[in-house]
Design a protein around this ligand. Structure first.
Ligand SMILES: [Zn+2]
Length: 89
């Protein structure tokens, strides 16, 4: 299952400006969250909305988690490491 490329995703300021790769992806209540790390909730900062197709163009490895089910998250420790999926509560 894939999603439309114009689907809106919320990203942190680092993902927005490309200074850090996406290492955390969450889909909850049909909303997408793509961050440079799971600790971002704690660190805080700007969250902006972008089209998910823009992020896929920049980082094709995100295609591996674009089939994420609602209520699930995927994490990786580095951009070169495999994604690890889990259910979020
Ligand atoms: Zn970030």
């Amino acid at each position: 299952m894939t999603i439309p490329l114009n689907t809106e995703a919320s990203v942190c300021s680092h993902v927005l400006d490309g200074s850090r790769p996406v290492l955390f992806v969450e889909r909850r209540h049909s909303a997408w969250l793509l961050l440079c790390g799971p600790d971002y909730y704690i660190v805080g900062g700007l969250i902006k909305a972008v089209a998910i197709g823009h992020l896929l163009d920049r980082d094709p490895s995100l295609n591996q988690v674009i089939d994420l089910l609602d209520g699930h998250a995927a994490e990786r420790t580095e951009i070169t490491e495999p994604w690890v999926r889990r259910q979020v509560t």
